[in-house]
Design a protein around this ligand. Structure first.
Ligand code: SAM
Length: 327
């Protein structure tokens, strides 16, 4: 039912449950909007999140990822994950890892099997410079905790020129003994995040860096995978590259998004939003709005960056910040 005009069927919904975060990553939170958070009354309540998610599930959503902001800082996180676990879907979580040890049991009880953790540096000082917080040890020990507890763990690393590309081989080294999947993400442009095309380290460049130190092979990419995946011969973990900028994968997109203030986005880069929360609060039928939003989906990149990322002008990007969308 959630099929757009280009024949893409959508069965994966990412729900942001807060636009707050306990880190301050410069590429995610606008420099000039320190505390532009939604008013409490504008955020979906746990019950509203469940009600909207339920309609999506009736329309064909099979997997829901809980994200943010940082989902574990939402006071009602436990209730939200419990309510979502009542729906017949696969649940997944994206987190910066800082609070994982406090919520491990809740995540387990909700049948979450896959957890994505952000980690952009393996050096304490660089981690603190990027995140403006000193939580490196906590994040790293929580990644180990998740692995020990048999979660499928993906580590997301945004690669930015002059900041962390020299650490790519160290990230690969981690996959020798630890069965994690490191995903290097090409730096993407959002409102006020300091992006420019020269700071993007592309997939080709990342692979060149890895090739200089490691011999690796291509893995089969699962359906709708956002990453091109590889493994160093004999290593337990794997790595992948999310090529959003240099080789967008829009033709295979199966993802929809719901922001913490209840707006549906049919694409990470989409300008248009559908206000599902307002409709729900007015007792209106939201399924027709969801279907309409799916029909409105552009072929590529939300209709932005028509000539590729090289010609993108960050000043002309119409979108929220990443923290406001939900990654
Ligand atoms: N707080 C959670 C976390 O850290 O995973 C969920 C939200 S975060 C916005 C989701 C993902 O988006 C993170 O892996 C983050 O690195 C990524 N991200 C944020 N801004 C980005 C950007 N400008 N380019 C590429 N990835 C970005």
């Amino acid at each position: 039912m959630l099929t757009d005009t280009f024949g893409r069927t959508h069965d994966y919904l990412r729900i942001s449950i807060t636009d707050k975060c306990n880190l301050r990553c410069s590429y995610c939170i606008p420099y000039d909007l320190p505390h532009g958070y939604y008013a409490h009354s504008k955020r979906m309540t746990p019950e509203e999140i469940q009600a909207i998610a339920k309609v999506f599930v009736q329309l064909g959503i099979k997997k829901i990822r809980i994200t943010g902001g940082e989902p574990l800082v939402r006071k009602e996180f436990r209730k939200i994950i419990r309510l979502l676990s009542e729906l017949p879907v696969e649940l997944a979580l994206s987190t910066n890892g800082v609070l994982v040890n406090e919520f491990l049991d809740d995540i387990k009880q909700a049948r979450v099997v896959s957890v994505n953790v952000s980690l952009d540096s393996l050096e304490t000082e660089i981690f603190s410079n990027i995140t403006r917080r000193d939580h490196y040890e906590r994040v790293f020990s929580n990644i180990r905790l998740l692995v020990e507890n048999d979660f499928r763990v993906k580590v997301n690393t945004v690669v930015m020129k002059g900041i962390n590309e020299n650490e790519i081989p160290s990230f690969i080294a981690l996959t020798k003994e630890i069965p994690i999947h490191i995903r290097f993400i090409e730096y993407m442009p959002f409102l006020g995040n300091g992006w420019n095309k020269d700071r993007v380290i592309t997939c080709d460049k990342i692979l060149d860096i890895i090739r200089a130190s490691y011999s690796f092979g291509k893995l089969n990419d699962p359906a709708h995978s956002t990453s091109k995946n590889f493994r160093v011969h004999g290593y337990r973990g794997a790595f992948g590259i999310i090529t959003t900028m240099s080789a967008p994968f829009c033709e295979d997109c199966n993802r929809l998004r719901l922001t913490a203030d209840g707006k549906m986005k049919n694409c990470l880069f989409g300008k248009e939003e559908m206000n599902l929360l307002e409709a729900l609060r007015n007792n209106e039928d939201i399924s027709s709005l969801i279907l309409q939003s799916v029909k409105n989906k552009h072929a590529r990149m939300g209709g932005q960056f028509g000539n590729g990322y090289q010609s993108a002008d960050p000043k002309n990007i119409v979108n929220r910040s990443m923290i406001g969308i939900g990654g």
